[in-house]
Design a protein around this ligand. Structure first.
Ligand code: UDP
Length: 455
């Protein structure tokens, strides 16, 4: 029997590629041949962002790419356009790639591992009669809400045409799951109706495609969402997939990391630094950006702030007048941080986060209390788990103009850092979550079951 060969298809966004790459490292460790197919655009970013030290990891995973159907200058954050192009173009390109690999390599593809949001890939895999595993890089609760769409339509809670909410209310997806605000359903949390509809259409189609998958594995831990995993037993917890578990660094980043922040962290007192990061998508208007800067200044604490080059317009003029001089070495801004290493650093006291799922589980896995600043999609649902279910963080209140003001930022930072109970709870949760990927842990056992089956 030849070596099993996994072809992985991540969804083309940073928060999907990073955990997929971590998962692929598990397959490499188990002796699989692994090929990862990104979009041409992201493949180029990943290769550019890698430094020489990453070479040995990249060699173990064969990285290849196919077009995403967009032109070089098209806006890949334009969801409507991007999703249409993915569905129209990528299936044909994936089919050609599988044919090419099967013709030219001794180890034919034996299993397709695709992001659940790329569910169309299971239809392609079906033509080749290979095994199919769906990977869900977000919370089980979010996937449960998507699987519940037919019931939500039947109960007249959402509109069958575009997923808009008919009755705004708290709903229970199953008896024991924490109640969910209908406003927090992922497709509802997009600012624009056309995007909402386009995302909702993908949810409907993907719900069908994913029925073809033999397993659905989820980057979460049973201990974080016991009721969701119990109520939706098809979803298997295998997380948190974080580089700390692999004693290595994260791979698959679109931007080069600025590791000078680690040296800066070494110079700060233990448990003193506010780490501020909003993932790969979040953008700010000029007013909000300025309030955030002034709020951080007012805390009088050291802070490490990830300011992506595309985070706000006219970046060079974005900081308030005199801000850079006033904060001096108390504040450090970087374009992209080695986030997991930062969160593990003893100088970091708390995490001001947009509550993307990866950031959420990375923060919990490192015992970080959260200041929650959700922006779109599932981040509002994740915030409600952080603040209301696990009770390991606090959210910010907006003023009448929809802005989070500097005073609010200063007050919430003070509040969070004085709250011993929040810190105790997050340390307790950290213990449980980290255990789940240990040898006897639930996530580890689930992943072993899937890997054995794939072999
Ligand atoms: N990340 C990073 N450096 C940064 C900011 C983010 O390495 O400066 C990583 C972070 O560790 C996480 C991912 O990028 O793994 C972001 O995923 P998340 O789900 O939190 O947010 P998204 O980008 O999808 O909104």
């Amino acid at each position: 029997m030849g070596i099993p060969h996994v072809l992985a298809v991540p969804y083309p966004a940073q928060g999907h590629v990073i955990p997929m790459m971590e998962l692929l490292r598990c397959f490499v460790k188990q002796g699989f041949k692994v090929t990862c197919v990104n979009t041409n655009f992201n493949h180029e970013c990943i290769v550019k962002a890698m430094n020489e030290k990453d070479g040995h990891v990249a060699e173990a995973i064969h990285m290849t790419s196919i077009p995403d159907g967009l032109g070089p200058s098209d806006d890949r954050n334009d969801f409507v356009k991007a999703l249409k192009a993915i569905f129209d173009i990528m299936p044909g390109k994936l089919e050609e790639l599988i044919e090419m690999i099967n013709e030219t390599e001794d180890n034919k593809i034996t299993c397709l591992l695709a992001d659940e949001s790329m569910g169309w890939a299971f239809k392609v895999a079906d033509k080749f009669g290979i095994k199919k595993v769906a990977f869900w890089p977000a919370s089980a609760a979010l996937l449960a809400s998507m699987f519940s769409v037919p019931k939500l339509i039947e109960d007249k809670i959402i509109n069958s045409n575009d997923g808009t909410v008919i009755k705004h209310q708290m709903i229970s997806l199953s008896e024991n799951m924490p109640a969910m605000n209908t406003e927090n359903m992922a497709w509802v949390c997009f600012p624009d109706l056309e995007i909402q509809k386009s995302v909702f259409d993908v949810v409907l189609k993907t719900n069908e495609f994913v029925k073809l998958a033999d397993f659905i594995i989820c980057n979460s831990a049973y201990e974080l969402e016991p009721a969701a995993f119990t109520s939706f037993p098809k979803i298997l917890s295998i997380g948190p997939l974080i580089a700390t578990n692999q004693l290595g660094k994260q791979i698959g980043h679109f931007w080069p990391e600025d590791s000078t922040c680690l040296t800066w962290l070494d110079q700060q007192p233990v448990c003193s630094v506010i780490y501020v990061a909003f993932g790969s998508f979040t953008v700010f208007d000029a007013v909000q950006f300025e309030e955030l800067a002034l709020g951080l200044e007012q805390t009088n604490k050291p802070f490490l702030w990830v300011v992506r080059p595309d985070m706000t317009d006219a970046m060079s003029e974005a900081y308030p007048k005199g801000f850079i001089d006033r904060i001096g070495s108390r504040g450090k801004m970087v374009g992209w941080a080695p986030q997991e290493k930062v969160l593990r650093h003893p100088s970091v006291a708390c995490f001001l986060s947009h509550c993307g799922w990866n950031s959420t589980i990375e923060g919990v896995s490192n015992g970080m209390p959260f200041l929650c600043w959700p922006y779109f999609a599932d981040q509002f649902l994740n915030k409600s788990y952080i603040c209301d279910v696990w009770k390991v963080g606090v959210g910010f209140d907006k003023d009448d103009c929809g802005i989070i003001r500097q005073g609010e930022i200063r007050n919430k930072v003070e509040h969070l850092l004085c709250d011993r109970q929040i810190k105790e709870r997050v340390l307790d949760l950290k213990g449980k979550v980290v255990n789940s990927v240990n040898e006897q842990g639930c996530s580890n056992k689930n992943l072993s079951t899937v890997i054995d089956w794939m072999k």
